[in-house]
Write a protein of this length. Structure first.
Length: 256
């Protein structure tokens, strides 16, 4: 009888250890899967969104462009001391743009030399369609820090990042169509269970639930301020050098 009890106890210990190890293994697999998903551009799922606050309306575009056939490829060459050249292969109706350290977004042409400055040079390159809206598809975004000078780089390429695109700091005519709102998301999925984009227009705040282009309507004539921030599912700001765009100013003007 004593031997039977000992055998049962030993079997229970072995089973418990196997179960614990299995649970630990599953946890590691889950963590690895999450990590692997967050190092690429995830094609967004279009979501209808339409919200009005104090007369200002933000809504998803009436139609989502089919970009499944659009093609672009970025290839960087060895950087020089003060610049880098990027080889871009793309369809004729696709445009390429770039920004260094989330500064002004400029159109990229085949012979462009992108200047590098002392320290971090976080280079963002992305593709847009003929309407100027960023193409939200794998391989249409290039993101890399080209560090120049002594010292070490301080940029995590695999962390969630948000980059501002539209509207530009410019003068827009007052029309019923409003103006475009667009941004770039890297290493993050925008949905209610993960991340969201917080938009501040003057004194108003909107929460965008999907990575897609939007329209802003109802803006009065004059100057307006806008900024975007990446937030987690608890509504907290996600730490990152570009995840708070700071305020940009644009102007709405009636056509004479």
């Amino acid at each position: 009888m004593k031997n039977l009890i000992v055998s049962i106890l030993m079997a229970w210990v072995v089973f418990s250890c196997q179960t614990e190890n299995k649970q630990h293994t599953n946890t590691l697999i889950a963590e690895q899967s999450i990590d692997s998903l967050r190092v690429e551009i995830t094609k967004p799922t279009p979501l209808m969104f339409d919200t009005i606050i104090s007369g200002i309306r933000i809504h998803s575009m009436d139609g989502i462009d089919d970009v499944s056939t659009k093609s672009i490829e970025f290839k960087d060459n060895t950087p020089e001391k003060d610049h880098i050249t990027i080889e871009v292969r793309k369809d004729s109706d696709v445009k390429a743009f770039y920004s260094v350290n989330n500064a002004e977004v400029l159109e990229f042409f085949s012979k462009n030399r992108i200047p590098l400055f002392e320290g971090n040079n976080v280079l963002l390159m992305f593709a847009t369609n003929e309407k100027g809206i960023s193409i939200k598809k794998k391989n249409t975004v290039y993101l890399k820090n080209h560090y120049s000078g002594d010292g070490s780089a301080h940029f995590d390429n695999s962390s969630p990042h948000l980059f501002y695109h539209l509207p530009k700091e410019a003068i827009y005519p007052m029309t019923d169509a409003g103006i475009l709102l667009d941004f770039i998301v890297v290493n993050a999925e925008i949905n209610k269970n993960a991340f969201s984009v917080e938009v501040f227009i003057d004194d108003l705040k909107f929460i965008l639930p999907a990575w897609q282009a939007y329209r802003i309507e109802g803006l009065s004539e004059g100057k307006h301020r806008i900024k975007i921030r990446l937030i987690d599912k608890e509504g907290k700001w996600v730490l990152g050098p570009f995840n708070d765009s700071a305020y940009r100013t644009f102007e709405i003007k009636k056509e004479s």
